[in-house]
Design a protein around this ligand. Structure first.
Ligand SMILES: [Zn+2]
Length: 254
């Protein structure tokens, strides 16, 4: 078994070793954690090669090869999706939730739509092309991992709403990302929205993708990881077939 793969530690914290069972599922090489039973994909890239994949290729050549088309051509479509998402998110927001951060903001359609709705909106996006295409200024061209305390400081105050759409399953270390959100970015009574694939339903089968998706939590495993990092689950929905959305509160969420 090759231990030089990208994921060195399970999302439960256990270091990957020979106790992790390898298997082939839907054409992908997977490993299963012997402790929490979470599956992750074996991707034979170093951390820097994997980040380069997102900063250079993901939004241009890679997306051109998929059925979705490159992100720059999807701006209007993504604004429409943003509009649908806001209808749901408003149920959980109060008048005080005026500052918004979109982690993995892609072509910026959600940030753009949020600004139009009166939010003071920011994005984090590692893709250089996606960043350059964006119409506004409030996008930081980095991953959450690359952000320093200084970067967090440059945002000013914390955010009343932080969203991650189709992002957490791509992160090498999703737990440290959740801790950064909790400790530096989200207001104590703020709302975190995590939208991720539901791989284990027939509608979610197309999410078994090589390289891109590293973590294959089922709904219970994802809920456990979020709760272990002190997020309170206010609601969980399946608004799009094959996707799960968690609505999570921070420290003093009621
Ligand atoms: Zn585990």
């Amino acid at each position: 078994m090759n231990f030089m793969a990208l994921i060195k530690r399970c999302s439960c914290g256990l270091e990957v070793d020979s106790q992790f069972k390898s298997s082939q599922m839907h054409g992908l090489t997977m490993r299963t954690c012997p402790s929490c039973l979470v599956r992750h994909q074996v991707v034979e890239l170093s951390t820097s090669e994997y980040s380069k994949f997102y900063s250079d290729d993901y939004h241009t050549s890679f997306q051109d090869d998929t059925t979705q088309g490159p992100y720059r051509d999807r701006f209007e479509h993504d604004r429409h999706i943003a509009h649908i998402r806001f209808k749901e998110y408003h149920k959980f927001l109060t008048a005080e939730n005026t500052r918004l951060l979109d982690i993995g903001s892609g072509n910026g359609a959600f940030v753009y739509e949020a600004s139009g709705r009166g939010f003071e909106s920011y994005g984090l996006e590692p893709g250089k092309k996606a960043y350059l295409d964006f119409l506004g200024e409030n996008i930081v061209n980095k991953t959450l991992d690359e952000c320093s305390l200084e970067d967090f400081g440059s945002f000013g105050e914390r955010f009343g709403i932080v969203v991650m759409h189709d992002v957490i399953e791509h992160l090498v270390d999703p737990v440290s990302a959740l801790r950064k959100i909790r400790d530096y970015l989200l207001e104590d009574d703020g709302l975190l929205v995590v939208d991720l694939p539901d791989y284990y339903r027939p509608e979610g089968l197309h999410h078994w993708r090589p390289t891109q998706h590293l973590w294959f939590w089922n709904t219970t495993q994802a809920a456990d990881m979020l709760a272990n990092e002190s997020f309170k689950i206010a609601s969980m929905t399946h608004p799009i077939p094959g996707k799960t959305v968690f609505y999570l509160g921070g420290k003093s969420y009621k």
